[in-house]
Design a protein around this ligand. Structure first.
Ligand SMILES: Nc1ncnc2c1ncn2[C@@H]1O[C@H](COP(=O)(O)OP(=O)(O)OP(=O)(O)O)[C@@H](O)[C@H]1O
Ligand SMILES: [Mg+2]
Length: 268
């Protein structure tokens, strides 16, 4: 029986952030932040170092509670829920620093994600137990996602022996293997070679096109932003300074001056 009650069919998710503020002591990291990330779109968050981009992801992902303001997924208030509960709502996050288990094999890095998943209620899990049992085993499911990122031939190598770029691809594979509807990508191409950057961009395009994911993308590489972003928010000193299409934001003289002035002459 296939229906919308099948927990493996993931419903698309729209993210809305409303009036979020967060201070660390007297330092205001975020104030009055409003944004929407639409289904099947890549929404880029850009801005100088320290603008508050990662802090905003911490708030969305439940790692930090905002001082005020709300976070909604499809209109449901998730503000202040712990990270594991937010993850259960099909939110996946690629952290700014790569997180793989170096001593486990490449395939095991994905298999552990399946073991830890707790997306479903007990009743749902039991109801789907037989279907799950008929499905390919964990290894085969892991291989599917390793093939997706082009690491299938490394499946049995220790993840710690992969290059930095390959570890980032593995981290992406592990997240998408859990079938997120909303992906929070914090600088997915930072420190990657041009070839790896191109690969990451193609994978993100594929995820949006084939799986209708909603993607929030923090990026400093404006080539990547130009390749991927449907909509852009420019954050500056904890606030949304400008938002709009690529043209509206990247060609905005104030944005160009602030970003170039504050990020060491970065060409945008
Ligand atoms: N736990 C914390 N305690 C105190 N200050 C913090 C904390 N977390 C972040 N900050 C400060 O908040 C500001 C925003 O940091 P954040 O990491 O969100 O910036 P960012 O826009 O992601 O920058 P980058 O592009 O360099 O990653 C920075 O000045 C940072 O030092
Ligand atoms: Mg950051």
């Amino acid at each position: 029986m296939q229906s919308n009650s099948d927990p493996r069919i993931i419903q698309p998710v729209e993210l809305r952030v409303e009036n979020v503020a967060k201070s660390f002591g007297s330092f205001v990291a975020l104030q009055n932040v409003n944004l929407t990330c639409k289904v099947g779109r890549v929404t880029a968050l850009v801005g100088p170092n320290g603008a508050g981009k990662t802090t905003l992801f911490h708030v969305i992902g439940g790692n930090l509670a905002p001082d005020s303001g709300k976070v909604f997924l499809n209109g449901a208030d998730i503000t202040g829920l712990p990270p594991y509960k937010i993850a259960r709502r099909h939110v996946g996050r690629l952290f700014q620093d790569v997180r793989v288990f170096p001593a486990l094999s490449v395939a095991e890095n994905i298999e552990v994600a399946f073991l830890h998943r707790s997306d479903y209620s007990l009743a749902t899990t039991l109801a789907w137990w037989r279907a799950e049992a008929r499905e390919k085993d964990r290894r085969e499911r892991a291989m599917k996602w390793l093939e997706f990122v082009g690491l299938a031939d490394k499946a049995d190598e220790p993840a710690g022996e992969l290059s930095y770029g390959q570890q980032k691809l593995l981290a992406l594979a592990r997240i998408v293997a859990l079938r997120p509807a909303l992906l929070l990508l914090d600088e997915p191409t930072a420190a990657l070679s041009p070839a790896m950057t191109k690969k990451m961009v193609e994978l993100i395009k594929q995820l949006v096109a084939e799986q209708k994911l909603t993607i929030a993308l923090i990026e400093h590489n404006m080539g990547v932003v130009r390749d991927l972003a449907d909509y852009i928010y420019f954050l500056h000193e904890g606030s949304v300074h400008t938002h709009g299409t690529q043209k509206e934001v990247l060609e905005n003289p104030a944005v160009r001056e602030l970003y170039m002035g504050l990020s060491g002459g970065m060409a945008i």
